[in-house]
Design a protein around this ligand. Structure first.
Ligand SMILES: NC(=O)c1ccc[n+]([C@@H]2O[C@H](COP(=O)([O-])OP(=O)(O)OC[C@H]3O[C@@H](n4cnc5c(N)ncnc54)[C@H](OP(=O)(O)O)[C@@H]3O)[C@@H](O)[C@H]2O)c1
Length: 237
């Protein structure tokens, strides 16, 4: 069994991804609303850790490395470092580009989901930094397989999927999101083409949410006019 996945995001009224673009609400500052609510609501969800895409993890791991990927993918063994009582912070980094210098990501233990094209030299660097890693198939696209391993080996039952839009879109299209936790701020982005909080990179005909349905479980108005919505996802058989 893979862990339950709850996608926890903060957004503008028009569903956009990038807080640095949002205007301040009538009373107060948008940055203050995010600081007050995002992490405190996340902690109310009682998860064992969080997952983000390679670009969002760059907030914690500032450097990237250049990696010569293997021409032929090679299955290798996953590696699990000691995590103690810490939560886990998972990055989806199929090309092994994040340059971890330690296993610490915001106080949590770093875990990386890689493709089987990542060379052994990159794995040695990760092990030396104390970082755990699992593989998601030849191209790093088999997220379900990677999540099952993380669940089993690290005894993880519930993870928060925390962006960005491309990563959330990939999970949505793969039918891997079980619940949504959405903080809607009293603000707008308003510009055409700016990324949304779910942004699957498909063709014009793709329908990443096809066969999936939302049911509202709870709503709460928080300080500053932020609305917190919780939905469960059901899937057609
Ligand atoms: N509003 C919010 O709550 C919120 C939350 C988080 C982040 N953000 C913002 O979102 C922005 C980044 O979002 P983003 O959508 O551009 O990037 P992202 O989702 O953080 O990262 C995308 C990258 O992750 C890897 N990846 C993700 N899913 C994959 C999959 N299924 N298969 C293979 N690779 C996968 C790929 O890395 P490679 O390119 O290396 O292949 C891909 O380019 C940042 O500005 C951040 O501040 C907002």
């Amino acid at each position: 069994m893979r862990p339950k996945i709850t996608c926890h995001m903060i957004t503008s009224l028009d569903g956009r991804l990038l807080p640095e673009r949002w205007m301040d609400p009538a009373n107060g500052r948008i940055g203050d609303l995010i600081d007050v609510h995002y992490e405190s609501v996340a902690s109310r969800l009682n998860a064992d850790g969080w997952i983000v895409g390679r670009k969002t993890m760059a907030d914690f791991v500032k450097q990237h490395v250049s990696v010569d990927l293997l021409e032929t993918p090679m299955p290798r063994k996953s590696h699990f470092a000691e995590r103690g009582q810490r939560q886990i912070g998972v990055a989806i980094d199929p090309g092994g580009r994040l340059d971890f210098v330690s296993d610490d990501v915001g106080g949590d233990q770093a875990v990386v989901i890689l493709s089987e094209r990542v060379p052994d030299t990159s794995l040695e660097r990760l092990r030396a930094a104390g970082v755990s890693y699992v593989f998601a198939g030849p191209e790093g696209r088999d997220l379900s397989q990677a999540l099952e391993q993380i669940g089993k080996q690290l005894n993880v039952r519930h993870l928060l999927l925390e962006g960005g839009g491309v990563t959330n879109g990939a999970f949505l299209a793969a039918g891997l999101i079980d619940a949504l936790s959405t903080l809607i701020c009293p603000t707008l982005d308003g510009l055409a083409g700016v990324q949304a909080i779910y942004d699957h990179l498909g063709t014009g005909k793709s329908q990443p949410a096809s066969g999936q349905h939302l049911a509202l479980q709870a709503s709460e108005t928080l300080k500053g006019g932020v609305v917190w919505l919780r939905h469960d996802v059901t899937r057609d058989a």
